[in-house]
Design a protein around this ligand. Structure first.
Ligand SMILES: [Co+2]
Length: 446
């Protein structure tokens, strides 16, 4: 999910909790260079590769989660995915993402044990992040195989993804405060063709049916204790879009490759743009260059906040901000056959609470009660109308308008290039360890 074009909601808040020693997580770290851990989850688990040296701390943790597990003996994920990850991974050890050492000159340590961790993270940081990423992989791979087909409605795809995420995270989010433990990190984005970002089905609107000529961007987030994994992919059924998808996938991987401690945003953007714009596509007899979209960016991710204040452009710029150890980034790129510039469309994607502004001065009763619902169920997590309605909230439009007018809630509009154009997106979340980066959302699909 990209930030909205004019740098909005600059409310970076607290950076994740930064107490505790970094080494407590080491025993969970799976030090391997495997690209795709997905297929090996169970075998790793059984052979104990990950759990060799367990600390006292972790044993305590296991006791807590074992209670749940004994109720079921399932060891395999179901279709549709409904088995909580805490059941599938009996010791609460989740697979690491793709681990990539930094270039020698930026490496802060040569100690393997310290390399894939950071003293800036608390002991739950990595396990929570790896769990969220595994939920993302399992749900998206189910969606790719079973859900995303021509003739399916976008509502069915969105709900299929969201039902999967909530089941695997073990939190339906229906009771007050439950969604803060784990669940959706932001509303499922399902954007067709010239719609690049920030579109999700709304209740009461005419449903949209996926067509075989469509280019669909699927962008969803999973969080565990506020650690948000933000990852997206693009699906097309017709061969004519292959170059567009390849250009964007390679551009995103280039961004990931250039990311690291002290890497500068403008330089990463330049590398992304060069790869992206080396492609052209022929669609229905017309050849068009692939343009890197220039007015949205990748971004850092803070705890419970999908957007921090750092931006990673897809184009060359003089942005000299640097990446730092311990930070989390959504590395995403968008390519387009259109103008490469996005504008707001009509409609609403979702809403985000501006946690800097209090609702103490609100006068309208419907706004006050809606804000209470928002603060007790979403906090700073971006949500959409479908999420309000599944909580039984209705007649919220007037109250919402009042919250928006007072700057307490921000609403997000769909972002579109020109009609008739096609846009594509790929996105991964990366963690900057002290001696290497972890592409936490990497899978064997992308
Ligand atoms: Co994003």
């Amino acid at each position: 999910m990209p930030p909205t074009p004019p740098t909005s909601s600059a409310n970076p808040q607290v950076k994740s909790s930064r107490n505790g020693s970094g080494s407590a997580d080491l025993d969970r770290g799976i030090i391997s260079d495997d690209d795709d851990d997905d297929d090996e989850d169970n075998s790793k688990e059984e052979s104990g590769v990950n759990g060799a040296s367990t600390t006292e701390k972790k044993q305590k943790k296991r006791k807590r989660s074992n209670k749940k597990k004994k109720k079921t003996s399932a060891t395999q994920q179901t279709t549709p995915p409904r088995v909580p990850l805490s059941t599938l991974f009996a010791s609460d050890i989740y697979p690491a993402g793709q681990l990539v050492p930094y270039d020698e000159n930026t490496a802060r340590t040569t100690d393997e044990e310290l390399r894939y961790n950071s003293r800036l993270w608390d002991e739950d940081f990595l396990p929570d992040y790896r769990k969220a990423a595994e939920i993302h992989r399992q749900v998206r791979q189910y969606a790719q195989k079973e859900l995303i087909k021509p003739g399916t409605s976008l509502t069915d795809i969105a709900e299929g993804i969201e039902d999967g995420v909530r089941a695997l995270s073990g939190h339906q989010g229906l009771e007050t405060g439950d969604a803060f433990h784990a669940g959706m990190g932001f509303p499922t984005g399902l954007c067709l063709n010239h719609v690049a970002a920030h579109w999700t089905p709304n209740p009461g609107a005419k449903d949209v049916i996926l067509d075989k000529n469509d280019v669909l961007k699927v962008d969803f987030g999973v969080h565990v204790n506020g650690r948000i994994v933000d990852s997206a992919f693009t699906v097309a059924f017709e061969e004519k879009y292959d170059h567009l998808l390849t250009a964007v996938k390679e551009a995103t991987n280039t961004g990931i490759q250039h990311a690291g401690i002290d890497a500068r945003m403008g330089e990463i953007g330049a590398a992304i743009q060069e790869v992206m714009e080396s492609y052209e596509v022929e669609i229905d007899g017309k050849t068009r260059p692939v343009k890197a979209i220039r007015n949205i960016t990748g971004h850092d991710i803070l705890r419970y906040h999908i957007h921090g204040s750092k931006q990673i452009p897809f184009i060359k710029s003089n942005n000299r901000d640097k990446m730092e150890e311990g930070e989390v980034f959504a590395i995403e790129t968008f390519g387009s056959t259109g103008q490469g510039y996005l504008t707001d469309d009509v409609g609403v994607y979702g809403y985000g609470r501006n946690t800097d502004i209090s609702g103490a001065n609100l006068r309208l009763a419907s706004a006050k009660s809606l804000l209470k619902t928002i603060d007790s169920n979403f906090g700073s997590i971006v949500f959409c109308r479908r999420y309000l309605e599944r909580l039984g909230v209705s007649h919220y439009h007037l109250g919402m308008k009042n919250l928006i007018d007072n700057g307490i809630v921000e609403s997000y509009a769909p972002l579109v290039d020109v009609k008739g154009s096609y846009t594509a997106q790929f996105e991964h979340t990366i963690l900057l360890h002290s001696g290497g980066k972890e592409v936490i959302s990497r899978g064997d699909d992308y």
